[in-house]
Design a protein around this ligand. Structure first.
Ligand SMILES: [Zn+2]
Length: 139
C-alpha cells in the first residue's frame, strides 16, 4: 500500500465545470459576465403634437440586468465537509491556476475552519479565541 503524501493531499485541483465538483479541494473558476442590456420601446400614453408629427410617440427604456456572476468567482469544495464554497466580490482571486486567493475561505458548515489558498495549496488557518500565553499580567 502506498503511503499518503500529506503535501499532495493539500493540493487543490481545477475542474472544468461546477457539475464536476465532486471531491474535497476541487474548484471551478467562473469568469464574470457583463450585464445584459436591452432597449425597450414603449409607446407614450399622451404624445404631444410634435412627437406625433415626427413619429416620436414612444420612449426608449434601457434595462440593465446583472448576470451572475458579475465578478470573478472561484467555487471550491470544502476540504473538510465537501460543501461548495464560493468566493465573494470582496475576495480577490490573485491567480486562477494555480489558485491563489487574497483572503482565506471559511467553511459554510464547518464555520470554525478557514483555509488560505496559495499557489494551488491549501493552508489551514486557525483563529485563536483565547489570549496568547505571554499576555499574563506581571505580578
Ligand atoms: Zn466544510
Amino acid at each position: 500500500m502506498q503511503a499518503l503524501d500529506a503535501t499532495q493531499a493539500l493540493q487543490v485541483r481545477r475542474v472544468s465545470s461546477s457539475a464536476d465538483l465532486l471531491h474535497p479541494g476541487e474548484y471551478v473558476f467562473i469568469e464574470k459576465r457583463p450585464p445584459q442590456i436591452t432597449i425597450e420601446k414603449k409607446p407614450l400614453a399622451n404624445p404631444g403634437f410634435f412627437r406625433r408629427m415626427f413619429h416620436r410617440d414612444y420612449e426608449l427604456k434601457q434595462i440593465v440586468e446583472l448576470v451572475w456572476p458579475d465578478y470573478d468567482v472561484a467555487i471550491l469544495n470544502c476540504p473538510e465537509c465537501n460543501t461548495p464554497l464560493a468566493t465573494t466580490a470582496r475576495r480577490k482571486i490573485i491567480s486562477v491556476e494555480p489558485l491563489t486567493l487574497e483572503l482565506p475561505l471559511t467553511g459554510l458548515y464547518c464555520k470554525t475552519k478557514s483555509f488560505a489558498i496559495e499557489n494551488g495549496r491549501l493552508i489551514r488557518v486557525v483563529y485563536h479565541a483565547s489570549l496568547p500565553a505571554d499576555s499574563v499580567l506581571p505580578s
